[in-house]
Design a protein around this ligand. Structure first.
Ligand code: FMN
Ligand code: SF4
Ligand code: SF4
Length: 436
């Protein structure tokens, strides 16, 4: 059986599944239940500085986007960092770490962007026995208006400065949690790296308004008739997060920097994708809030079964395998030709592929043959765009099949076996300049 244990920055955990800093990790009661269910580690709900705790709204703090079957696709919140006193959190963290020495316990921290504030909290956290710290530079609402969270995460110079303070004032490994609310994720990652961070984690939530209530004309969730932007997460953000992870994994300056992947992870497959893009472990919030802590059991068994089926003995055996295959568009093989193929035995004749291709793509699917409904690809028109595959309601009914020899019936050009990309294409004016 595959060994799922991980060693992330020297922090050992029995599996790569950590709970992200959020309500599931807000108190010992939750964390104990999570560890009993099988989670490998937790990042405790973000701690603030000593003094009166932050104050949350008392009305609804969550909103969501649902699919037609009411499955939760995207989740939005306007919650702040922990609203429990610092000393209570620290005491509970100490107890939990003592009881669960084999699980990872990371303290997430957000204090003002002043050296003294970081210098003051770090020894208190270290005394709990926590395995590491995560710097919350990501929270996009409430705290950012007070100069913390994403207000820091959007300024690479601040990130570098705070990471340096943390490396100076604690022996604990430092994980820098990045905000996705930025144009180029490589900039904050490079800054964290320059400051000496041991790892980055991403993504925190994305600025969002999930919907507008058309009865009272206020954003949802609305508090007494008003709403503010919140942080978006859940399955809908996974593609954005995967891209950001890949950007960091293949950037010349940050290649090899350990990454903890976060964003929309709901199944073992999601986790495996993050790991294939270089992540040493993953963090989960929305899936636990939607389905409860025991969801980790399916993640563990699914990942383990898949690794066995692929012959991967440890997480390291497949970590990063997808990174070399992430490319800029200009290096994609323009000689790679595919055509859609419809499996007539699986086709339920709904016509969705036809109407999508007819109205918005390349008029490459028949709707009637000999007076009967029949959906078949016309190779002379098909550009291989994959739209029909995506709209077809039947799994594997349409597949994209590569042409490896002969002539492309659409272009009438012979299929070339060699690789050729845009950088040398005759239509590329820059290619001509480069050749001259
Ligand atoms: C209700 C809620 C509260 C959160 N609070 C924090 C927090 O205190 N600190 C933090 O770093 N991230 C916080 N997050 C962000 C999560 O840790 C995580 O980065 C984000 O939700 C993406 O993961 P997911 O798609 O699995 O939910 C919060 C998320 C939610 C939904
Ligand atoms: S791949 Fe694109 S062009 Fe070809 S049949 Fe499907 S939708 Fe039409
Ligand atoms: S969308 Fe799929 S099931 Fe529907 S007609 Fe096309 S191939 Fe058949």
């Amino acid at each position: 059986m595959a060994d799922l244990s991980t060693n992330f920055l020297g922090i050992k955990s029995p599996n790569p599944f950590w709970l992200a800093s959020a309500p599931p990790t807000d108190k010992a009661y939750n964390v104990e239940r999570a560890f009993k269910a099988g989670w490998g580690g937790v990042v405790w709900k973000t701690l603030g500085e000593e003094g009166p705790p932050v104050v949350n709204v008392n009305g609804p703090r969550y909103g969501a986007i649902h699919g037609p079957d009411r499955r939760l696709l995207g989740f939005n919140n306007i919650e702040l960092i922990t609203d429990r006193p610092l000393e209570v959190n620290l005491r509970e963290m100490t107890e939990v770490k003592k009881t669960w020495p084999d699980r990872a316990l990371i303290a997430s921290i957000m204090v003002p962007c002043e050296e003294q504030a970081w210098k003051a909290i770090l020894p208190l956290v270290e005394a709990t026995g926590a395995d590491g710290i995560e710097l919350n530079f990501g929270c996009p609402h409430g705290m950012s208006e007070r100069g913390m969270g994403s207000a820091v995460g959007q300024v690479p110079e601040y990130i570098e400065m705070v990471v340096r303070w943390c490396k100076q004032y604690t022996r604990m490994p430092v994980i820098t949690k990045l905000t996705p609310n930025i144009a180029d994720i490589r900039k904050p990652a490079r800054a964290a790296n320059a400051g000496g961070t041991d790892a980055v984690s991403l993504i925190n939530t994305i600025n969002s308004i999930v919907s507008v209530d058309l009865d009272n004309f206020a954003p949802v969730p609305s508090i007494d008739g008003r709403g503010s932007h919140g942080g978006y997460c859940g399955p809908a953000v996974k593609p954005i997060a995967l891209n950001m992870v890949a950007e960091i994994a293949r950037d010349g300056e940050t290649r090899g920097l350990p990454i903890s992947g976060i964003g929309g992870i709901t199944t073992w497959r999601d986790a495996a994708e993050y790991i294939a893009l270089g992540c040493g472990n993953v963090q989960v919030c929305t899936a636990a809030m939607t389905y409860g802590f025991k969801i980790v059991q399916e993640m563990i068994s699914g990942l383990s079964d898949w690794m066995d089926s692929r012959g991967f003995k440890t997480i390291e055996d497949f970590r990063g395998l997808a990174v070399p295959n992430v490319s800029d568009w200009q290096y994609l093989n323009l000689n790679y030709i595919t055509k859609a193929r419809i499996d007539q035995d699986l086709c339920i004749k709904c016509g969705r592929c036809y109407i999508a291709c007819e109205d918005t793509s390349h008029q490459a699917i028949t709707s009637m043959v000999d007076g009967a409904r029949h959906f078949e690809v016309i190779d002379e028109e098909c550009v291989g765009c994959n739209l029909c595959v995506n709209v077809c309601p039947v799994d594997n009914c349409i597949s994209m099949v590569p042409m490896t020899a002969g002539v492309d019936p659409r272009t009438k050009q012979p299929i070339k076996p060699d690789y050729a990309n845009w950088t040398t294409h005759p239509n590329n004016p820059m290619a001509k300049v480069a050749a001259e």
